[in-house]
Design a protein around this ligand. Structure first.
Ligand code: SF4
Length: 339
């Protein structure tokens, strides 16, 4: 899939990402890497310049007009926006905000919608009777985030794309939301894509992870393996900057500093990470394509695994630490806690 102006370097280029029923796939990368554009393209908010988005065997990137509106209304593919304050209408009560996707679909009567709203709020751990008539401004940030999730799951989607679902939350609410996502995939078989810059959150729940850098997937694979032994220098840099997931003997940020002599070619040519990579060589002027580097893993780097051997003199071989387990937060739900 590619997205962007035809005469410019695409915002997304050659991105291939799949997610299976009951699977959680994390998408990581720094600000500007294209994570949110990827999500918006996947749900049809912006059309790809080339490539396809396939959902349940049907190409949805080609849908237009009535068929696109019908697909969106079905709610089978749902997107939880990043910023609850901006995503929620300040004048809609919690109950009406959650009910809106069902009201738009127009398939259910009022009583059925009310029951589904209660069910969704209950699922995300919110007390519908106590909070249902409040406006977004009258509830906490953690509650707003869960209202957004309730709204995203009220249609019982088969695929949920959650954009930074825990970025604004404290530790207790973060764990609560992560456990909810884990439960949704286990109990409902829902496929989930979690876009996040918080590696430790993903380490606790994701099955696989895709690493995005300037619109390219530079590495992809099982989360334990990618976080335990990154095979792309950019992934290694991300992990070196995240003490909570970095294996104690993995390469540190100092070993991954950019080369003192940046390559002569421009950033529009060659490897997308070339100007920040300490291991760049002449052949990196040809952009590397994602290539298999193990079971279910790909990396887009000409120097896998040699670059790791170069830093091995400074740092011992890396061993996988494994993702941290989710910490049980005190009080499962607002309802149970009587708040
Ligand atoms: S292809 Fe070259 S510049 Fe790109 S990440 Fe690998 S070593 Fe670095």
């Amino acid at each position: 899939m590619a997205f962007g102006r035809r005469d410019a370097r695409p915002v997304l280029d050659g991105v291939e990402l799949s997610v299976a029923e009951g699977e959680i796939v994390g998408v990581i990368g720094e600000t500007g890497s294209g994570k949110t554009t990827l999500a918006r393209t996947a749900v049809g908010l912006v059309p790809p310049r080339s490539g396809r988005v396939v959902f349940d065997g049907r190409e949805i990137s080609g849908l237009r007009g009535r068929s696109l509106r019908a697909f969106r209304r079905s709610g089978r593919l749902s997107y939880a926006f990043q910023d609850p304050l901006r995503a929620l209408d300040p004048e809609l009560t919690v109950r009406r905000a959650v009910a809106e996707p069902l009201a738009v679909a127009g398939d259910l009567g009022d009583a059925e919608i009310a029951a589904r709203v209660d069910e969704a709020l209950e699922t995300v751990g919110l007390d519908a009777a106590r909070l249902g008539d409040r406006l977004p401004g009258a509830i906490s940030g953690g509650q707003r985030q869960r209202v957004l999730l309730a709204r995203a799951i009220v249609t019982r989607p088969r695929l949920l794309i959650a954009d930074e679902p825990v970025s604004a939350l404290d530790a207790s609410n973060r764990n609560r939301v992560l456990r909810l996502l884990d439960r949704l995939r286990t109990e409902r078989g829902m496929a989930v894509v979690v876009i996040s810059h918080d590696l430790s959150s993903l380490a606790g729940i994701a099955d696989r992870v895709a690493v995005l850098y300037r619109g390219r997937v530079v590495e992809q694979g099982p989360v334990r393996e990618v976080f335990g032994r990154p095979l792309h220098p950019y992934t290694a840099l991300l992990i070196a900057s995240a003490p909570s997931v970095r294996a104690g003997d993995g390469p540190g940020a100092a070993a991954l500093r950019p080369s003192a002599e940046p390559p002569a070619w421009t950033a529009r040519e060659g490897c997308v990470f070339g100007h920040r990579c300490p291991f760049v060589i002449g052949s990196c002027r040809t952009a590397p394509a994602p290539a298999p580097v193990g079971q279910g893993r790909t990396a887009a780097c000409h120097r896998v695994p040699q670059w790791r051997e170069l830093v091995a003199g400074a740092t011992p071989p890396v061993t996988a630490k494994g993702p941290p387990e989710l910490v049980a937060a005190a009080g499962e739900t607002d309802k149970e806690a009587g708040r």
